[in-house]
Design a protein around this ligand. Structure first.
Ligand code: URA
Length: 432
């Protein structure tokens, strides 16, 4: 039987935990044989002392072993690809990348999560589509990736149950933001979900877990190593989250933006990120092409309408109504005007995320109910010129009172400058 108190003491004092003992601790915790308070103390010891490479590999392996694993490669006899983001504001990238990659003939299978706090979740966005089912059985998931070429579903309860427990515990014990714990949490789920090749979008900046490029690089390199250790191809894009991604923040609004992007009418930075991620995935696929050819095929899939046709096929396969007109609309739409002429110097990503959250687009606790119709559309982004009283943004709200409050919050999130500020590219750095 694992001696949890002894492992906590050893980690507290800066010692190393051998793989076998770490694995036993995690598996016994997942079986209910180690109480929350001991794992909480262990996570806090890890938070201060860290885990080395071998310990992080052992933690990831143990989390994977705590539940079922899916082998998409054997099931399809093809290279299957996946994409994951560490979470940001207005991040609907997977919803556009999936249809583009699948339209190019490469199977895309993704298990996704819900949003909490100022970042939205892919499942919540998809649930703004009437009829869309996020809960498929593992068998249905595999069948849809094989038959349609694309499925995005909620994570099955049997997949990495240790992470579900551990993440809940970390969330309430201030132990989320440790690079080893984050890397093991994300990569255990990606590896167990079965794709051969994964593009990881590691967000950097105000609206992200990782506030600096150095921290983002460390997380990216560690996740890449964990993936390679499990025989997966992994590329990491370190991307700017100092302002919301694209125009829209809020569930149905982000689905509308996804559709516009698949029509070739996307915001330039968002389009660039989507094409970059798609190019990496196509280069990892069994098509035998490089990134430049992958990008060309991704651009063509948007231009010739095949990416949008794939989106419609995918949504219908999961029971949804793909028509844009079927999406819910907010009762009140209010414009936010620029108070002066000049340039947009910055837009606080967290502030916009929180304004959307308070409108009802997100949840503060897991039990909160989401209003899929509400959110914020930022028409003007960093570096854009504005005239006095020109529309900066739109607030979509359920009533006048929440619209007025959100309009003030959105205006406060904008700062103005006399000249256009230097803007970094959306993809700051690529690893792998
Ligand atoms: N996302 C995860 O899935 N796990 C973490 O620990 C942090 C972000």
């Amino acid at each position: 039987m694992v001696h949890a108190a002894e492992l906590i003491r050893r980690k507290r004092d800066g010692g190393k935990i051998p793989a076998g003992e770490l694995s036993e601790l995690i598996l016994e915790y997942a079986r209910g044989n180690v109480p929350d308070y001991q794992l909480a103390a262990f996570c806090m010891a890890v938070y201060f002392r860290g885990l080395d490479g071998a310990e992080t590999f052992a933690l990831t392996d143990a989390m994977i072993q705590s539940g079922e694993t899916i082998d998409l490669h054997s099931a399809l006899g093809r290279t299957v690809v996946d994409k994951h983001s560490t979470g940001g504001v207005g991040d609907k990238t997977s919803l556009a990348v999936g249809p583009i990659v699948a339209a190019c003939g490469v199977p895309f299978g993704k298990m996704s999560g819900r949003g909490l706090g100022h970042t939205g979740g892919t499942l919540d966005k998809l649930e703004s589509i009437p009829g869309f089912r996020v809960e498929l059985s593992t068998g249905e998931f595999i069948e849809q990736v094989r038959d349609v070429g694309l499925a995005i579903i909620g994570q099955s309860a049997n997949l990495v149950p240790a992470d579900k427990l551990l993440y809940g515990l970390r969330d309430v014990t201030a132990t989320v933001d440790n690079v080893s714990l984050i890397a093991a949490s994300i990569m255990s789920k990606k590896i167990a979900a079965g794709a051969d090749a994964i593009v990881l979008d590691v967000k950097v900046g105000d609206g992200a877990f990782m506030k600096t490029i150095e921290d983002a690089r460390e997380l990216a390199e560690l996740m890449r190593e964990l993936g390679r250790h499990a025989g997966r191809k992994v590329a990491c894009l370190l991307t700017d989250m100092d302002q919301p991604l694209g125009y829209a923040v809020g569930n149905a609004l982000e689905i509308r933006e996804t559709i516009a992007t698949l029509r070739g009418q996307g915001e330039p930075d968002f389009t660039e990120l989507v094409l970059s991620a798609a190019a990496h995935l196509l280069a990892f696929s069994d098509l035998g092409i490089d990134q430049a050819a992958g990008r060309e095929r991704a651009v063509t899939a948007v231009q010739d309408g095949s990416a949008l046709a794939m989106y419609e096929r995918w949504i219908a396969a999961q029971g949804g109504d793909a028509a844009e007109g079927a999406l819910p609309s907010a009762a009140v739409v209010r414009e936010v005007q620029a108070p002066q002429a000049g340039y947009v110097g910055a837009i606080g990503a967290v502030d916009i995320g929180l304004a959307a959250l308070r409108l009802g687009a997100g949840r503060r606790t897991k039990a909160d109910h989401i209003d899929h119709s509400v959110g914020v559309v930022c028409h003007k982004k960093r570096g854009d010129a504005v005239d006095a009283r020109e529309a900066l943004a739109q607030v979509h709200a359920r009533d006048d009172e929440s619209a007025a409050r959100a309009a003030e919050e959105v205006l406060a999130a904008y700062t103005f400058a006399d000249a256009a500020p230097a803007s970094p590219p959306i993809v700051l750095e690529t690893i792998g």
